[in-house]
Design a protein around this ligand. Structure first.
Ligand SMILES: Nc1ncnc2c1ncn2[C@@H]1O[C@H](COP(=O)(O)OP(=O)(O)OP(=O)(O)O)[C@@H](O)[C@H]1O
Length: 419
């Protein structure tokens, strides 16, 4: 809306007029910064008989609409945490950000259709649950644990979640956090409507307590003379003290005291390594396994990458997918046309070949492993029988010796007696 422009609006049959204006500065001065004296304002004109309706309902209606428009228009961000030595000073902050523009959505996510629907519903229910969480007296947060082998879509799912809910993403790199208080400050500095992601949780924290110490460097390393480098090196050498209990306390306690909705996502390739305390329900409410490519997931790729719903090769692909483990990342790579000459047939055939190779390789690997196991077993048996033989011969020697000694003793006695 331009200055001196006027627009009309209607609310419950009542007409109102808006105009934009500003107060001009009293003094003229040249400055890099906007003039403090200048004030922008909107004027709302309405017939005085509608005053009550306007002040009691219309204004709050306008504020709410405004907030919704701002949310719709806002550009979402991907944040990553800065090391604490960069937190203070001019324009320094705890988090750096870039625009979040990951294209993954639940439509592009290749996975079991039922599970996908379940996760979507869960997320939507959570995002609409403000009153529900307030009523049951729980912090408005939800934890997801995504686990599965590399290339099965854990990062893609996080992006799809953020795109579905219109949330910002905070990628929390725990290895850059020195202690629990830093972790707390970082988390308190996140905004509402956000997903906080800790990837590869099993690698970032020692799950029994203290985080792995950085490898000690040689003691006789040259001391830098430059004071800035020296300080940075000293900072680096400081022991990292983010603990599992610190992390859990932050997750459990912190957000109860600050409103707003937050989702926390942990990812790992090795779920079995995780401490049950970390992933118990309430902390990680939903455990989602992302696994090797199933036929449902393949059909999503076929639709998205090749724009097909069926093909004569689908049957063969379905049975090959059932017989071998191929990650969605590998399936996607094989399905993607590599040149303008690659048509649907070429891409599907390439996938069939790759699946056959993978099946063959897996078979060979299993055979090699079985052979190795059999050889080990044989070796073990051999060692066992050698040991038994040795023990037996040891026993025989002892008997011979004992008998021999006994005999000698008897002879000595007899001889002694005889003498
Ligand atoms: N389920 C999936 N649906 C759609 N695309 C996928 C899926 N899984 C993997 N991909 C594709 O493979 C690439 C790698 O996947 P992604 O990074 O999401 O896997 P990840 O499980 O997070 O792997 P890592 O454990 O190595 O981080 C993605 O860019 C995406 O194109």
């Amino acid at each position: 809306m331009d200055y001196n422009e006027e627009i009309t609006d209607e609310f419950q049959g009542v007409k109102v007029w808006w105009s934009a204006n500003r107060t001009l500065p009293k003094t003229q001065r040249i400055s890099w910064y906007p003039n403090d004296d200048e004030k922008k304002y909107y004027r709302l004109t309405v017939h005085k008989r509608h005053r009550e309706l306007i002040t009691q309902s219309y204004i709050s209606h306008v504020m709410m609409e405004g907030k919704e428009i701002a949310t719709r228009k806002r550009q979402r961000k991907l944040y990553s945490n800065n090391p604490s030595q960069n937190w203070y000073g001019y324009r320094r902050s705890k988090w750096s950000n870039v625009l979040f523009e990951h294209p993954a959505t639940f439509d592009t996510l290749a996975m079991d259709a039922k599970l996908k629907e379940e996760i979507k519903n869960d997320l939507i229910k959570f995002s609409k649950g403000k009153d529900y969480y307030a009523r049951i007296g729980k912090a408005w947060k939800r934890g997801y644990l995504l686990y599965g082998p590399p290339g099965t879509g854990k990062s893609s799912m996080i992006a799809a979640m953020a795109n579905l809910l219109d949330y910002d993403v905070y990628d929390l790199e725990l290895t850059a956090v020195k202690e629990n208080t830093e972790l707390r400050r970082l988390l308190l500095d996140t905004s509402s409507k956000s997903i906080i992601v800790i990837e590869d949780i099993d690698c970032s924290i020692d799950l029994t307590g203290q985080r792995e110490k950085k490898k000690e460097k040689d003691g006789n390393e040259d001391e830098p003379s430059d004071p800035v480098t020296k300080r940075l090196k000293e900072e680096e050498k400081k022991e990292s003290k983010v603990t599992l209990s610190g992390l859990l306390n932050c997750i459990d306690g912190l957000w109860s005291s600050c409103g707003g909705e937050r989702i926390i996502v942990f990812t790992t390739n090795y779920v079995e390594k995780l401490d049950p305390a970390l992933i118990r329900r309430g902390r990680m409410d939903k455990h989602i396994e992302l696994s090797y490519c199933c036929f449902d997931a393949f059909k999503v790729f076929a639709k998205n990458y090749l724009e097909i719903d069926s093909h004569s090769l689908f049957g063969e692909i379905e049975s090959l997918l059932g017989e071998t483990n191929m990650t969605p990342a590998d399936v996607a790579e094989n399905l993607m046309p590599k040149s303008d000459y690659d048509d649907v047939e070429t891409c599907l055939k390439r996938l069939v070949e790759a699946l056959k190779d993978a099946k063959e390789e897996a078979k060979k690997k299993a055979e090699d492993e079985a052979r190795l196991k059999a050889e080990k077993e044989e070796e073990k048996q051999k060692q066992k029988s050698v040991k038994e033989e040795k023990e037996q011969s040891g026993k025989d020697d002892k008997e011979v010796k004992e008998n021999g000694v006994a005999l000698e003793a008897a002879e000595v006695k007899e001889n002694g007696v005889a003498h």
